[in-house]
Design a protein around this ligand. Structure first.
Ligand code: NAD
Ligand code: DAU
Length: 378
């Protein structure tokens, strides 16, 4: 395998850490540069198992700093970018949209421009180069809940269980018109447009994937699943937005990382691929699975933590249903999820219960103080 210098942004975050780990372990001939600004969501402890690998390097930097991006890309002779760094939490975007525009839009633009300038300066220009942008299904907007009780899902994959349900007739396909509703999804939509514009205008080799909700180890406990596992453990209320009827399509994070690996190596330039497991869950049903799994693993009686469910005011502009049609990726590149949802959720709950120290650390903010002092000279 030829050597490559790959810049992975956001590698200290949830999905990024799984992508970095996969690439570092699977491709010893690649140099993997993890670029992350270590915001509240970035945590180098997520990568402690590979931090000393000879093909791994961490760089603390802000993607919105164009000069720094230019320097890092040039110095490391980057030929591939896998861009995950972002502000990623919808509720935060409702409170502070500006940081989402800065990081997700301006940051992506700075990274694109820096890669373009470096690749333009090389004799072989865009040959064997790729700027791969990781995006979300939220850019497509919301689907209707036409089957509120659920009907047998028309498509299945390993990720979906045998009695999996679909809650509507429509699915997001790669050509679905963008219709973002939250400041988060608006900023991601904008960044997707810039990535495609750099291909269409300058011929830069870019590619975009849009994935559904991920779950698994190392997710910051502000997102539904780790937040609720942590709250159940500590007998805290579980804030269910609205009636808990919103539907999300859940994929185990390692299956997303495997898709990213496949698409980075085999995907067609300028294409878009949707990634998802045909695994729709109503929030309230998913929450009940999480509660019963945590209770069982903690040795609590069945139904013990159900009383923690607390219905709260809905998220403003709360998208009703997301459901990804990933058949293009399955047909063209042969990807499929490796893990059934029941196995994935069991693994995930176990991981959080066994990593109480990790949860404590990221919720106390201690790790942030530690890294702030570690990089104070920059
Ligand atoms: P995350 O919030 O866990 O991690 C984001 C990482 O980006 C953190 O390590 C953070 O420190 C870093 N970062 C933030 N601002 C930065 C900046 N200005 N410069 C450098 N680094 C910065 O996010 P995640 O859930 O792992 O999502 C990763 C990517 O995948 C995002 O682009 C997100 O939009 C996309 N995505 C997420 C999901 C999901 O379910 N979590 C689904 C589909 C797509
Ligand atoms: O669809 C992909 C997206 O999934 C990613 O692009 C985002 O980065 C990621 O955060 C996620 O967005 P969601 O808003 O779907 O995820 P979240 O975990 O915040 O919420 C999942 C569902 O649960 C959503 O319908 C809101 C609801 N919810 C969430 C929280 C945090 C609650 O009912 N209570 C809560 O406390």
């Amino acid at each position: 395998m030829a050597s490559r210098n790959i810049l992975i942004t956001g590698g200290a975050g949830f999905i990024g850490s799984h992508v970095v780990r996969l690439f570092v372990n699977k491709y010893p001939d690649y140099n993997i540069i993890n670029l992350d600004n270590l915001t509240y969501a970035g945590n180098l402890a997520n990568l402690s198992d590979i931090e000393n690998a000879p093909n791994y390097k961490f760089v603390k930097a802000d993607i919105a700093d164009l000069d720094e991006m230019r320097q890092i890309i040039r110095e490391n002779k980057i030929d591939g970018v896998i861009h995950l760094a972002a502000e990623s939490h919808v509720d935060r975007s409702i409170k502070d949209p500006f940081v989402f525009a800065r990081t997700n839009v301006m940051g992506t633009l700075a990274l694109l421009q820096a890669a373009k300038e470096y690749w333009d300066s090389l004799p072989d220009k865009y040959e064997n180069k790729l700027f791969y942008h990781i995006s979300t299904d939220e850019v497509y907007g919301a689907l209707e809940l036409t089957n509120p009780e659920g009907v047998p899902a028309p498509f299945t994959t390993k990720a979906s269980s045998k009695d999996d349900m679909a809650y509507g007739t429509e699915f997001f396909v790669e050509t679905t018109k963008y219709n973002p509703h939250s400041p988060y999804s608006a900023s991601k939509a904008s960044s997707d447009h810039f990535v495609r514009a750099y291909h269409d205008t300058y011929g830069m080799p870019t590619l975009v994937t849009n994935c559904s909700n991920n779950y698994g180890p190392y997710q910051f406990p502000e997102k539904l699943i780790p937040l609720f596992i942590n709250n159940i453990r500590h007998r805290k209320p579980l804030p269910v937005y609205g009636k808990g009827e919103n539907v999300r399509d859940w994929l185990f994070v390692e299956d997303h990382a495997r898709a990213i690996d496949l698409i980075f190596h085999k995907g067609k330039v300028a294409e878009t691929y949707n990634i998802g497991g045909f695994n729709e869950w109503k929030n309230i049903d998913l929450i009940k699975v999480v509660i019963s799994t945590v209770d069982r693993l903690l040795g609590n009686p069945e139904g013990y933590s159900q009383d923690l469910i607390t219905y709260v005011t809905d998220r403003p502009g709360h998208d009703m249903r997301y459901a990804i049609d990933s058949r293009k990726l399955q047909k063209e590149l042969g990807w499929e999820p490796s893990l059934q949802f029941e196995e994935g959720i069991e693994k995930t709950v176990k991981w959080y219960l066994e990593h109480e120290d990790w949860l404590q650390n990221v919720t106390s903010g201690e790790y942030q103080k530690y890294y702030d002092s570690m990089y104070a000279d920059r």
